[in-house]
Ligand binder design. Structure first.
Ligand code: GCW
Length: 716
């Protein structure tokens, strides 16, 4: 009996691939450098390390470096805490430099409080590499950067790197509920274990902070914007304090979502009217209480008067009245209000595309200086492809912060491999033409043009309790890309993917050559098989999973896919030009030119702005219906190609993640077929045209697809 057991155990052990990796370490794997020449070069260059300072951040730096170097170099490097003439790597804030400081002078001035310098000094007494900054947090960022050089096998000779962030708030918004479900979360439950906090500090909290700091993220909002007032009660605030304490050494500030009706729900007041002095007092006291526990608390993030959330309009007050009341409570503590511009109302028959602009543009200049408006990248809702939000450029007197969605609510959730940097970049590089040519969305949000000091970028997090944090192994790349672009929006999608792949999987050039194109094309491919030519919002009800262009029975008109595609016997698409809803009128004239004439409109956004006849001829010389078929079939076909490309990479990756991605690509391919067939069969009822004979016919009926039901799909 015992022998059989032992034998089974042995078999089981043998069946685990030796090089299994569960993905938990993300891009901070710190495995030994494989190239022996490079390894020796590193070992020779980093013989002894001097670390100056004893703050908690310095402690975190030391621990990161010793783990990182031990893993990467395979040896333990000696550390010293004091001046050390043998040190080949010296680390500390500018005070470390002593007499040398003057040679760093101009750069130190340039890098602000969070930037860093990594330099090889030729100074005779102290030859070697220096990592320095104006603050310990800057040094931490420099150390992560230095580790990245090693992780990606770059030379560390003659370094002279000066880096500082373009945006000051680099943030994640968690949509985590207090019961640990996550709205639009596809990677398990919330990582915040409210039940065991504040006493139990899960190692995950620290690893989460490390991962964020390694890409420069310095702010997190812990809770869902569909907020629960309970987060502002004492017992929860004590838990929040514990998290803030854990994150602080990593330079991360905590924000909370504040439910506008909290004074009623937890304060027992009769009203939440922002102009009522008892309400104002309540918020002042509550804010003071928060700061007594979390002295560097970032501020409140608010979703108001949107999708059923309470807000100032319940009392006939404006968004500015609401935001300013909270801003006044936060100002003495240097806290800020992040007020969301994502509003639309079912009582308003206006095109949903226009509503946020109509609401907010007239309020320009009416907000306190510690209010920043958080605007989604597009006017509808994080669609696979969406023209930039017309508010960018339209509110010069108000700082606007970018809200991207990292969790893939509309982009294949956690079953599809979709690298989002190309989507982020497409928006950031869009020209608003708000003050002539070249005023891109990126330039608007960095505030330089309009002299704003508050600026930032946030991403709705895709993080959960799954062992690999994000569900799909490649979804980690989207968390990574958000941080990197918030630091420097000029980085290219390719640069970001390249470094992420090297750190997360392998430095092998054949691997990179195969994996990079998969990532770079993936978002385009998803658009093709789900929402081509400017289609949008045609997904399943509630869970937003898969296609459902037929849905027309939801309470709110703008929740129905038929509202967005408007397919009928004459054609398909939403006329947003001056002959239609005229949403296009919210853009500056030069920007409008990209879209307003049907014959000149960028085709990728054609059906976003125009209702186009089925037999209208496109640049491809295909008529619209044939083009739609072409896009859906090509998209699905390209998923097959992704599968083949991934299969070819087996030899370069660990088996565990290789297999995970392989299985997920299989699901993705099935989902692409589902999107293609369901959408084409449905739209065909209106076009009354055949699917071109060179394509295989859908093997299921429209009724079949309409009958599918996913009541247990995640994230709802
Ligand atoms: O995209 C929609 C989501 C909602 C979300 C809302 C928002 C938090 O479907 O789940 O609510 O946007 O951004 O407020």
């Amino acid at each position: 009996m015992r022998k059989t057991l032992l034998f089974c155990l042995l078999l089981w052990l043998l069946s685990i691939p030796v090089n299994a990796e569960n993905g938990y370490d993300c891009w901070l794997r710190y495995i030994e450098v494989k190239n022996i020449d490079i390894l020796l070069h590193y070992r020779n260059s980093i013989k002894a390390i001097q670390i100056n300072g004893n703050s908690p951040t310095m402690f975190a730096i030391k621990s990161e470096l010793s783990n990182g170097l031990k893993g990467l170099l395979g040896i333990t490097t000696p550390f010293s805490l004091n001046a050390d003439n043998n040190a080949t790597l010296r680390i500390g804030s500018a005070s470390l430099l002593g007499a040398e400081k003057s040679s760093f002078g101009p750069e130190l001035q340039k890098i602000g409080t969070e930037g860093f310098i990594i330099r090889t000094t030729k100074n005779k007494a102290n030859k070697g590499i220096v990592i320095t900054a104006n603050s310990d947090i800057g040094v931490l960022y420099g150390v992560f950067y230095f580790l990245k050089l090693l992780q990606t096998n770059q030379s560390i000779d003659n370094l002279n790197i000066v880096s500082f962030p373009k945006l000051s708030l680099r943030m994640l918004n968690h949509w985590d509920n207090l019961n640990r479900t996550v709205e639009r979360g596809y990677a398990g439950s919330s990582i915040w274990n409210w039940h065991t906090l504040p006493t139990y500090i899960d190692k995950r909290y620290i690893d989460y902070a490390r991962l964020n700091a390694s890409i420069g993220i310095n702010a997190v909002s812990l809770t869902n914007v569909n907020a629960n007032a309970a987060i502002l009660t004492k017992p929860f605030l004590e838990k929040v304090k514990a998290l803030a304490d854990a994150f602080r050494p990593y330079g991360i500030k905590v924000f909370l979502t504040a439910r506008f009706s909290s004074p009623i729900e937890i304060g027992k007041l009769k009203t939440a009217d922002p102009l009522d002095s008892t309400v104002q007092n309540w918020w002042n006291n509550k804010t003071n209480e928060v700061y007594s526990l979390v002295p560097d608390f970032g501020g409140f993030l608010i979703k108001a008067n949107s999708e059923g959330q309470p807000g100032p309009q319940n009392y006939n007050r404006s968004h500015a009245d609401g935001a300013n009341m909270l801003a006044d409570a936060l100002a003495p503590h240097k806290g800020i209000v992040i007020w969301r511009a994502f509003v639309y109302s079912n009582e308003n028959p206006e095109d949903r595309h226009k509503q946020a602009y109509n609401e907010f543009a007239p309020l320009d200049g009416k907000f306190r200086s510690n209010v920043i408006l958080q605007v989604k990248n597009g006017a509808i809702d994080f669609m696979p492809r969406e023209p930039f939000h017309p508010l960018f450029g339209a509110m010069p007197k108000t700082p606007l912060m970018m809200e991207f969605q990292v969790t893939q609510e509309y982009l294949g959730q956690s079953t599809n491999l979709v690298y989002l940097a190309p989507l982020f970049k497409e928006v950031l590089q869009s020209d608003t033409y708000s003050k002539g040519k070249g005023i891109t969305v990126a330039k608007i949000i960095d505030g330089g043009i309009d002299h704003h000091t508050l600026n930032g970028m946030t991403g709705v997090a895709n993080i959960g309790s799954d062992i690999n944090w994000c569900g799909h192994p490649f979804a980690q790349a989207n968390w990574y890309a958000l941080g990197r672009l918030a630091w420097d929006y000029e980085l290219t999608s390719e640069q970001i993917a390249d470094e992420w792949l090297k750190m997360t999987f392998s430095n092998n050039s054949a691997f990179i050559k195969g994996a990079l194109p998969i990532m770079l094309q993936s978002r385009d491919i998803l658009v093709q098989y789900s929402n081509p030519i400017g289609l949008h919002h045609i997904m399943g009800t509630g869970n937003h999973y898969g296609p459902a262009p037929w849905v027309n029975n939801l309470n709110r008109p703008e929740w129905n896919p038929v509202y967005y595609h408007k397919a009928d016997s004459t054609g398909i698409g939403f006329n947003r030009t001056s002959t239609g809803s005229n949403a296009i009128g919210q853009y500056f004239p030069e920007a409008r030119k990209m879209w307003e004439d049907i014959d000149l409109c960028e085709e990728k956004n054609l059906l976003w702005f125009h209702h186009v006849p089925w037999n209208y001829t496109l640049k491809s010389k295909r008529i619209l219906w044939d083009e739609l078929c072409f896009q859906y079939y090509t998209g699905e076909n390209r998923v097959k190609e992704m599968q083949h490309s991934w299969d070819d990479l087996k030899q370069y990756t660990d088996l565990e993640r290789y297999n995970q991605v392989r299985m997920l690509l299989k699901i993705q391919q099935q989902e692409a077929i589902w999107w293609r067939n369901a959408c084409l069969l449905y739209f065909q009822q209106f076009s009354k045209m055949p699917i071109p004979s060179n394509y295989e016919k859908p093997d299921k009926s429209l009724e079949y697809y309409m009958g599918l039901n996913f009541s247990f799909a995640p994230g709802n």
